[in-house]
Write a protein that binds this ligand. Sequence first.
Ligand SMILES: NC(=O)c1ccc[n+]([C@@H]2O[C@H](COP(=O)([O-])OP(=O)(O)OC[C@H]3O[C@@H](n4cnc5c(N)ncnc54)[C@H](OP(=O)(O)O)[C@@H]3O)[C@@H](O)[C@H]2O)c1
Length: 289
Amino acid sequence: MIVVTGATGGNGSEIVRLLNERGASVRGMVRDPERARGRLPAAVELVRGDFDAPETLAPAMRGAQTLMLISSADPALPDRELAAVQAAKDADIERIVKFSVIAADHEPTFGFGHWHRPVEEAIRASGLAWTFLRPNVFMQNLFWFTDPIKSDGVFGLPVGDANVSVIDTRDIAACAAAVLSEDRHDGQAYLLTGPEALSFQQQADVLSDVLGRRIHHEDITPEEHKRRLLSFGQSEAYANAELELDAELKAGELGTVSDSVKRLTGRPARSFRDFSEDFAQEFRPEVAS
Ligand SMILES: NC(=O)c1ccc[n+]([C@@H]2O[C@H](COP(=O)([O-])OP(=O)(O)OC[C@H]3O[C@@H](n4cnc5c(N)ncnc54)[C@H](OP(=O)(O)O)[C@@H]3O)[C@@H](O)[C@H]2O)c1
């Protein structure tokens, strides 16, 4: 039995779906099983568990052998996931696959690595078998900008013309499902990237080509980006982590391309063009009927 946390999230729900498709026994740990029921395959067992109520975690894991640990990008991530690692030990879990982030092992840590690194270290020290998945920036982050793209054909990020090997979350989920279904990944940390490194203007150019209208990346200042994040309700800590990540990205640190998706799933990672074609409708202005 595999327990997947964050099972209603963007990555977790796809991992649950793929594991179910492979015929694995899957249990989704969710805050609200009733709300989650319609969003996940019927064969998937659902159990209530809340990272912020640590006493719910070990009971949610009991009887399973493997934990797929995913939680939100939130300043509470270290506390939440450290509690989950302790609960996994208490519940006699044998193996943890942790959803981490690119460069979580970078010295010194930056951006979201500050949150994931202590959890990776605790898992290494736990005595349990482990695998770390360290994805680069998601292609799906572009959904944050669907409104300005639809209305003005523009999205703003403080990253200049640096290249980044963005990855489609569907490929991350496929890698996770492969790792969770096989027993040859213990002690491995996989950098997961897309098949090429593109600047955000190059991504905009691909999207322009697919949509048939001009989309433009605006190179905004970090201050402007922070102001926008705070106005969308993000916390100061989240905004600071995001700006640190953007600074590394702008310095060209997130352009490495790995072949992990191909090695783990047997097929090449989806390109940004694949993503743009599959989700073109999300970025098209609504036509009044
Ligand atoms: N965005 C990027 O480019 C990027 C790149 C690399 C790594 N990452 C990492 O990706 C992870 C986020 O993955 P995602 O985008 O798939 O997440 P997501 O869509 O934001 O989903 C988060 C999941 O966590 C659950 N959750 C939130 N608080 C909870 C709590 N207190 N107890 C139990 N469950 C809780 C949510 O459940 P509810 O449905 O109940 O809210 C949801 O299922 C983060 O660790 C982030 O650092 C992100």
